[in-house]
Design a binder for this molecule. Structure first.
Ligand SMILES: C[S@@+](CC[C@H](N)C(=O)[O-])C[C@H]1O[C@@H](n2cnc3c(N)ncnc32)[C@H](O)[C@@H]1O
Length: 455
């Protein structure tokens, strides 16, 4: 027999950590096997938390063990070991049950393929699912389903395709802008929201640049406390630590990084990233780095990249829900708090409650970074709490992360284009705010009251 020196690329082992998780499942991706298919190993505890419709991907599931059912086009199919299920694109489906599955996706998964249409009550508690389905008559109308399909969902899919063809000059006209906001309003009611682990190293470069500029006001040798919330698998925390430590090696950086997911924090804490298999996230986390930057941040071998100790040193990782008041005491006051790209996946009331809680972490005069959140929610809280928008690099930071713009306007997380004709554009589009001491806000509100009563 021939001597095999390197068994790859013919034989693959299941990755040590999950590539994706949901409320009721863990999934491991064998990736990349070939150019046009993905293969997954799925441990379903309860099932997939949403119903979904795939745009282009055909998904095939083979049941290895356990039992459950697939609901495809509103029909239930009971399944058990040895059965194969194929779901073509454009058909709504979900699965429920305690099962181990092998899943095949062809072509490979791409961002924007899946539309999540509603919650799966077998996974998300019925109360939570009902809460989601209820609401005003408008909400119920927008979420109306005919033969298992959402007319508004289809209208939005079609709307996005049309929107992408509008030339930018036309899209800037007032009636078109208003129509965009109308579509976005519909999407925010119709879409089912879900958290994701998507992240990138050096995700928003202008934001990192601003962090460095803000350091100019910090004296030599001082202690700087920074909290990165919703840190996913660590790319953002390491990017911020890298920027601060390379710009100001004299500072004593105390960084806390928090995520609600134990799996994500586990990956982050290790600081080892596979160069071939994404861990938890479906994003290619190195995509926004140059080769020189990869060399500067990591020690690499053929398979993996390990974050350099001078960057990772001393970061305090923890698993916590940053919407809970306990986190304030656990972390203590911070000079900078970074809370990006998770508030948009919450309902408005949850996001507002969470943002107000997070703001309590920022010491008076400190800075809050909050992008990837509904603009109405952020503007309301910023206004209520008297935050000062940081105008330096405002436009660059708003445009600094290309992920969410393509989803405007027909997806709830889509990023509204900056419109300087709005009187409130600074507070609406700023992603960074200085949190003003409470006394100043009180004086501000009293002045506003005085002006109002005079008026
Ligand atoms: C899309 S990732 C964003 C990662 C990173 N902030 C970035 O911008 O690249 C969102 C992360 O927020 C986490 N998350 C969601 N809700 C949270 C909460 N209430 N408390 C802490 N983390 C949360 C999720 O687990 C996920 O890892």
């Amino acid at each position: 027999m021939k001597q095999v020196s390197n068994p790859l690329p013919y034989v693959f082992t299941r990755p040590a950590s999950a590539s994706f998780t949901g409320k009721g499942l863990l999934g491991y991706s064998f990736y990349p096997l070939c150019q046009d298919a993905d293969v997954y190993y799925i441990e379903s505890e309860k099932g997939h938390d949403t119903f979904m419709v795939s745009k282009k991907i055909t998904r095939t599931y083979y049941v290895l063990s356990g039992s459950g059912h697939f609901t495809i086009d509103d029909i239930r199919y009971d399944v058990g070991p040895g059965m194969l299920v194929e779901v073509p694109p454009k058909v709504e489906y979900t699965y429920s049950g305690k099962m181990t599955l092998i899943g095949f996706a062809r072509p490979r998964w791409f961002s924007g393929n899946d539309t999540h249409t509603r919650s799966n009550p077998d996974v998300v508690s019925r109360d939570a699912a009902c809460e989601l389905e209820q609401g005003s008559w408008l909400t119920r109308l927008v979420r109306l389903r005919v033969c298992g399909r959402s007319p508004v969902g289809m209208y939005l899919q079609y709307g996005q395709r049309l929107w992408n063809r509008i030339p930018p000059r036309l899209a800037a006209l007032v009636p078109i802008r208003l129509y965009g906001r109308f579509l976005h309003g519909l999407a925010r009611i119709e879409n089912v929201r879900g958290q994701a682990f998507s992240t990138f190293f050096l995700r928003n470069r202008p934001e990192l640049e601003l962090i460095q500029r803000l350091l100019e006001a910090v004296s030599n040798g001082e202690t700087l406390r920074v909290a990165v919330l919703g840190c996913s698998t660590g790319a953002e925390a390491y990017s911020v630590a890298w920027r601060i430590r390379s710009a100001r090696p004299d500072l004593k950086l105390i960084m806390s990084a928090v995520d609600i997911s134990k799996d994500a924090v586990e990956v982050a804490k290790q600081g080892v990233y596979s160069l071939t298999t994404p861990q938890l996230t479906n994003t290619r986390i190195f995509d926004r780095m140059t080769a020189t930057e990869v060399e500067e941040l990591f020690d690499t071998d053929a398979q993996s990249a390990l974050i350099k100790p001078w960057i990772s040193e001393g970061i305090r990782w923890s698993v916590d829900d940053v919407g809970e008041p306990e986190v304030i005491e656990a972390l203590g006051p911070q000079d900078m708090v970074v809370a990006n790209n998770f508030l948009c996946h919450m309902s408005d009331s949850e996001a507002e409650r969470c943002l107000r809680n997070i703001a309590r972490l920022v010491r008076p005069g400190g800075y809050l970074f909050a992008s990837g959140i509904d603009l109405e929610v952020r503007t309301k809280v910023a206004h209520d709490l008297g935050w000062q928008p940081v105008v330096e690099l405002l436009e660059e930071i708003h445009e600094g992360d290309g992920c969410l713009r393509p989803f405007w306007p027909c997806h709830y997380a889509g990023l509204e284009p900056l419109n300087k004709k709005r009187r409130d554009w600074r507070i609406r589009y700023a992603c960074v705010f200085q949190v003003v001491p409470t006394e100043k806000v009180l004086v501000q509100s009293e002045n506003e009251l005085a002006v109002a009563s005079r008026g």
